[in-house]
Write a protein that binds this ligand. Sequence first.
Ligand code: C5P
Length: 318
Amino acid sequence: MSPAPLTVTVRVPAKVNVQLVVGGLRPDGFHDLANVFLAVGLHDEVTATPADRLRITASGPDAHQVPLDETNLVARAALALAARHGIEPRVHLHISKDIPVAGGMAGGSADGAAALVACDALWATGTTRKELLAICADLGSDVPFSLVGGVALGRGRGELLEPVEVTGTFHWVFAVADGGLSTPAVYRECDRLRAASGAGHTAADIPEPQPSPQLLAALRMGDAAALAGALCNDLQAAAVSLRPALAETLRVGTSGGALAALVSGSGPTCAFLAENPEAAKSIAETLRASGTCRKVRIASGPVPGATVIAGCLPEQPA
Ligand code: C5P
């Protein structure tokens, strides 16, 4: 048996939802989704090191926005895994943060999935993929996708993943807003807007969400123009209602040459699909010059999910 490592680093990507169809409000407070996730190359890293107790630290330009208590999904992941195996969560988890915080790109979920993989390797607990996915689903609706990465369809509240066939790489620009948006608040606003329109907002009123055949075909063919025509996010109206300035960001990126623009997940990050890497650079310049966002990032995807990138093993006796 190989010895347990002394430290483990896991790299984990952000996501953009290329299709987020939101069903009605369920009795448990969640919404059924047809949620097509695509992992993009903006990454956080979580490093697990043995410690006398569970401890969390964070670094990176937005580290001050990261909670360092047990509300952080990295802590909840470590506690859940330790409980599963009947051990103490004696670990220091360091988050090197590059994914926008509370930006609708699943940064918190990504860190939870990464912490789970890192602790499983550090503690040599050998948890099966199926068990890891079940723990991820308990941690949050987007966490299983952060574990698997690539492209996937999330049914249920987003945690029940099905594979999606994809060809090639899609190029994206992300406009990061000042301040985050609360996911529950955006879902609540979506319900409010639906009720106000007279459509009703419960699971009895809204049809069961289904993935779009055009969107799945565009992904299968690797056709960016067709994907642009099929992108959709039912939470966009709610995010723009809560943060009206996003409408201008979306407009600037579109007039700057994006094939399409949409709010990423529950926002407030806006995502712009570009025809190629050169177009992405030019859209990014336009967005930067416009002053309609705090930061602009370029990333492509799909990319793999949570992956161990470094582990330091104890020295073996000669
Ligand atoms: O699963 P997660 O903890 O990320 O969900 C955060 C909140 O977002 C939920 O408490 C709920 O208000 C909302 N949500 C929802 N329907 C989903 C996913 C999340 O209403 N499918």
